[in-house]
Design a protein around this ligand. Structure first.
Ligand code: TRH
Length: 379
């Protein structure tokens, strides 16, 4: 019988919540034949990543995944309506009647709390931990993505590396793709950098460094990202299609592309500045030099997470480390021209590390496969 899975997603802010849930839902369905229902409270954010989504539909099927608009906590549910596997994303509260119906199921559903990605060591001790429900005969398990064999691994589609190889094997594909987003031949001939970051990233001083540097650079920025700095550079609105050149730098505002096209953007660029969680992982799969802008937390807790990742990944990559720490405000008074030159000079080491890293972190399988295997072991 086909396994059924309910995935509950609340969009707290930005695109990572739905970006990760959508990627997971698609892969569970496409690669594991699971009947997935994705419950999501914000269809408008979802539609930006996936234009097939109808923002007015309560129920719809998108690429084989049943999508429910999760409006409130009030619904009534029978045990028959409960799936075999239930995932709450980032500890969202499930509808209380749904949880009550879960407790009436025989056998009980497998229940996961799917957590955020961090390179810190403590996740190894928490991945797969159980959490019994205080009143009902239900047990929840924690599922942590991660970079080691004691974690759930990283989201990665089975065909991803073949698709990347095919794209990179034919440079015309990258040119055609960027041209379809408006880039001119001169922009394509320069060093290409994509920038996806939070508003407080030091974009303006980096633009200044690029502008005055020796290397011709085209910087692609999605609409809505680093708006202040981009507007400052353009001297006008940062809307998709806007472009300006000053000195050696051209900045072009791109439309927000659908999720699979974001991978193409990363593959088509020479350096990628990414953020949050999902684009960060995609940049790792792109195999190009990348700089991570981490999601900010109170009391600079994110600085610890940032260092934990750099300690694992940036082994021997002093320039990438220095650039990343400055980009995240850990090191102030950054010398951006020198940091950029350092990063470019480190390219051969970064390329070698990217290959080794890919080998290391794919040795533990992929997150979706690990999650399905874990769920099966609990049934
Ligand atoms: O949008 P984010 O900042 O999301 C964040 C993080 O996930 C963070 O950890 C989380 O706690 C917070 O949300 C609530 O960055 P992230 O994770 O990279 O997600 C962006 C998604 O948007 C990703 O799936 C890629 C996708 N994307 C596109 O599909 N098209 C685009 O043009 C761009 C720029 C991104």
């Amino acid at each position: 019988m086909t396994m059924r899975l309910d995935l509950f997603c609340r969009v707290i802010d930005n695109y990572g919540d739905i970006g990760i849930c959508w990627r997971l839902a698609r892969q569970l369905h496409a690669e594991h034949g699971i009947a997935v229902r994705l419950w999501v409270d914000d269809l408008a954010s979802f539609q930006r990543l996936c234009p097939d989504v109808d923002t007015s539909a309560e129920n719809q099927v998108v690429q084989g995944v049943a999508v429910r608009h999760w409006r409130d906590q009030d619904g009534m549910y029978t045990p028959e309506a409960v799936a075999d596997i239930v995932i709450e994303f980032f500890a969202v509260d499930l509808p209380p009647h749904y949880v009550a119906a879960m407790a009436q199921c025989t056998p009980r559903p497998v229940w996961f709390n799917f957590e955020g990605l961090t390179a810190e060591e403590w996740v190894e001790g928490c991945h797969r931990l159980t959490s019994p429900h205080p009143q009902l005969p239900l047990t929840k398990h924690f599922f942590f993505p991660g970079f080691t064999d004691k974690t759930g691994g990283l989201l990665r589609e089975a065909a991803l590396f073949d698709e990347r190889r095919a794209f990179l094997a034919d440079p015309a594909l990258a040119s055609d793709f960027l041209q379809s987003l408006g880039a001119s031949p001169a922009e394509l001939a320069a060093t290409r950098v994509s920038v996806f970051c939070y508003p407080f990233a030091p974009v303006a001083p980096l633009f200044e460094a690029w502008q005055g540097g020796a290397e011709a650079i085209t910087c692609f920025v999605p609409e809505g990202v680093a708006t202040q700095a981009v507007q400052g550079f353009l001297g006008g609105d940062a809307v998709a299609g806007a472009v300006a050149t000053r000195g050696h730098l051209t900045v072009r505002v791109l439309p927000f592309v659908q999720q699979p096209d974001y991978d193409k953007l990363l593959w088509a660029c020479d350096v990628n500045l990414v953020r949050g969680e999902d684009s960060w992982v995609r940049a790792q799969w792109a195999g190009k030099p990348f700089v991570w802008h981490i999601y900010p937390q109170d009391d600079n807790l994110h600085h610890k997470k940032l260092r934990a990742f750099l300690q694992r990944y940036a082994v021997g990559l002093d320039a990438i480390s220095a650039f990343t720490l400055a980009w995240n405000g850990v090191h102030l008074d950054a010398d951006w021209p020198a940091l950029w030159r350092g990063l470019r000079a480190e390219a051969p080491q970064i390329a070698a590390r990217a290959v080794a890293w890919e080998r290391e972190v794919t040795a533990y399988g992929d997150l979706t496969g690990n999650l399905v295997a874990f769920a099966q072991s609990l049934r």
